[in-house]
Write a protein that binds this ligand. Sequence first.
Ligand code: ADP
Length: 491
Amino acid sequence: MSTALHLDLNDRALLRDQLLIGGEWVDGAAGARDDVTDPATGGLVGQVAAGTRADARRAIELADAAQRDWGRTPAKTRSRILRAWHDLIVEHVDDLAILLTAEQGKPLAESRGEILYGATFIEWYAEEAKRAYGEVIPSPADGRRLLTLRKPIGVVAAITPWNFPMAMIARKAAPALAAGCTIVIKPAPTTPLSALALGELAQRAGVPAGVLSIVCGPAEEVGGELAESPLVRKITFTGSTPVGKLLMTQAAQTVKRVSLELGGNAPFIVFDDADLDVAVRGAIDSKFRNAGQTCVCANRILVQDGIHDAFVERFAAATAALQVGNGFDDGVEQGPLIDDRALAKVRDHIEDAVTHGASVVVGGDAHELGGTFFQPTVLTGATPAMRIAVDETFGPVAPVFRFTTEEEAVELANATESGLAAYFCTQDLGRAWRVGEALEFGVVGVNTGLISYEGAPFGGVKQSGLGREGSRHGLDDFLEISYLCIDGLGV
Ligand code: ADP
């Protein structure tokens, strides 16, 4: 791919620009290609084949054809293949990080972090593959034995976002393959290179033809086929809430199993008894990672009266010190936003908040670097009447809300249709339990802004989604329980 020659990769074969269908690298049926651009410079990184509905259908048919053998492959063999995939990803982390930063914009250190984090899910499910236990149920009658088998659900379709283009694929493909399912992946159009590089490494690891396919291309067309095909038994999606709802509706026609990881509106609560250093560190970590473009980023910082001013002073200073720049430059902590639409939303939220009485303490404007770079921003005087309180900003803006009592904080925090991540800081053990139990969120961080770990279940409640990724529970989403009743045994 000549347009991407400037990417300094050790292993240039990781730079794939075709679709991976049935174990072959192929162009799309219509011969079209889509540009991949660097959000930091607007420059062309490369071009990737654009698939069509027909390509998606072929990938699904080949996945269906491969399903039987893969499902019957001994768990230990599947485990070894996953382990090999994990090892290859870790071995090539530098090249993968370059591809990720080039197409996504996040700082190189964050890209490396994402790749190693994603790889841990593959490692974890390489182990869990061997533990898909069934059970023997106490018999109600002589001569009868009752047992359950846990079987792969069948062909899985995965639709993934641009904010964690590598980790979100790993988090879905690893449990699917471990369970014995085949998978067809549609990556986000802005970040296909990371996905295709993972496909290349999966091939090298020995994932059989048809077991893992990747079809890039227009969302409605490729995604529509995945959601509607009767051969696909499960759809797993990470992305926006409206698209999640659409996919759920489409999947209903063929009664597919659905896992959705949708938008959040995470509160980050700082109580008077918090350790200030811990609270500031946690708020910075959870707010500004990936330039605020994660579904677990703190969207509302709720701070109690007694600590409010001290927290704001320290938090604002730490925010102002964040280094903004091209993700490839040393020391950069915040890259560009993904595109102009993301930038417009950030501007809109700030403008609306200021109109409704918020004050800008730090930032508030486009960054001097231009493009989609934006200043890390802190607002005070935020209220529930502002758009920023109800809508996920997905950008580097931290609105601070003031509260007086614990009850008020919990009520404010829960006043959202989203229920993915929440955070709070306190040094009172009783409060840690009380608030931890009262928060209506799937993932809660206490005295930390970083909560994700492959061994822990990740997922939302309310309109933030269905199902869990990671942990032993994550395998269940890809397995069916089959009950076997054997009679006439004479025992
Ligand atoms: P964002 O707005 O953050 O880009 P989206 O939910 O639009 O989030 O994107 C997440 C993933 O969903 C991407 O892979 C995108 O291409 C895909 N997607 C978007 N619209 C549709 C659709 N109508 N059908 C299927 N997939 C879609």
